[in-house]
Design a protein around this ligand. Structure first.
Ligand SMILES: N[C@@H](CCC(=O)N[C@@H](CS)C(=O)NCC(=O)O)C(=O)O
Ligand code: FES
Length: 149
């Protein structure tokens, strides 16, 4: 699928700033300029957020599973960027695109180091299997490589 190809081709993310206490939140499309974005523009916006941030959670403010995913990252002191789809003018468009990219439209949709890792239970399982922190560590390796060059 074209979108999956596009996701794989993404440039590595810029600094991810994990292992910090504060939680960064990013809202897309809440201002006038981004209302009614074309599909391509929204795809680009999504890809930019995913490549610029080590951990991205596409979420809804009312969703307990989303809360669970956020709490998991908070418990391991890892910063995340939450995109709250229910606070966003383009929320359902973003959800449609995420479905094309990942094969599902449920929230949360969690991305680490540019790759989709699953929903809340998938992310929790990954952590229990000891596989989540190594993925997060990959973002640090990337940002260290970048700053060394
Ligand atoms: N096992 C999934 C469950 C995700 C799920 O069922 N999400 C529901 C809300 S809790 C959903 O996205 N429903 C469709 C919607 O809100 O658009 C996970 O842990 O993330
Ligand atoms: S837990 Fe109900 S909306 Fe996610």
């Amino acid at each position: 699928m074209a979108l999956q190809g596009a996701l794989r081709r993404m440039v590595p993310g810029l600094g991810c700033g994990q292992v910090a206490q504060s939680v960064s939140r990013f809202r897309m499309g809440n201002d006038q300029t981004t209302v009614g974005l074309s599909n391509d523009a929204t795809v680009n916006q999504i890809q930019e957020i995913i490549s610029d941030n080590c951990v991205v959670i596409f979420s809804k403010t009312t969703c307990s599973y989303c809360r669970m995913a956020k709490k998991l990252f908070e418990s391991i002191n890892v910063n995340y960027t939450a995109v709250e789809l229910d606070m966003n003018t383009n929320g359902s468009q973003i959800q449609d695109i995420l479905e094309q990219m990942t094969g599902g439209r449920t929230v949360p949709r969690v991305f680490v180091n540019g790759s989709f890792v699953g929903g809340a239970t998938d992310t929790q399982r990954l952590h229990e299997e000891g596989k989540l922190l190594p993925l997060i560590h990959q973002c640090q390796v990337k940002s260290e490589t970048r700053s060394a060059t």
